[in-house]
Design a protein around this ligand. Structure first.
Ligand SMILES: [Zn+2]
Ligand SMILES: [Zn+2]
Length: 170
């Protein structure tokens, strides 16, 4: 959605509160598809006087992806602080500027950038998700198989594996 900042451009320094909802297309993050549902944003903006607009807001959404271990869908609530500066002219000294034209700011890029920073590196359906059997693919949270019987549990590397798994989550 686009934010009309016409009033702010005429009254530099005057702060305008706003609320908006934003939609983003599904995207790939570290090769996992991620979707943000129900993105809402609330904050304020003002014109800095040099035809730039400063926007500060908080965005909240539900990130939908799949569990890194068992691939089941996972939903994670995400909140992000947005502190964005919009300008009509690109500035080589400030690559973080967002551009806008006329009186309307497109919020999507700033919202996406802020939400992506708050995503977990990996999604898990639960902290102790058992994942999929690497041999037969059965979801070990829901069922058992005999592929690795007597192998994983009592194998020489089971202690090491527990150590690695426990430290993965820190
Ligand atoms: Zn899982
Ligand atoms: Zn199996």
């Amino acid at each position: 959605m686009a934010l009309d900042v016409g009033r702010a451009l005429k009254n530099p320094g005057q702060v305008y509160p706003f609320e908006a909802s934003v939609e983003l297309p599904e995207m790939e993050v570290l090769s996992d598809p991620v979707r943000f549902d129900g993105i809402s944003i609330e904050g304020e903006f003002f014109c800095t006087g040099d035809h730039r607009v400063s926007l500060r807001a908080e965005a909240s959404a539900t990130a939908v992806s799949s569990c890194s271990r068992c691939l089941e869908p996972v939903q994670v609530p995400v909140r992000a602080e947005i502190d964005a500066l919009y300008a009509k002219e690109p500035d080589p000294d400030d690559p973080d500027l967002y551009s806008f034209e006329g009186n309307s700011l497109a919020l999507e890029d700033a919202v996406r950038d802020a939400l992506l920073l708050e995503l977990p590196l990996q999604f898990f359906c639960k902290p102790d998700c058992k994942g999929l059997c690497p041999v037969c693919g059965v979801n070990l949270n829901k069922g058992t198989c005999t592929c690795q019987e007597g192998n994983v549990v009592t194998g020489p590397f089971s202690a090491l594996k527990d150590y690695v798994l426990n430290n993965e989550e820190v």
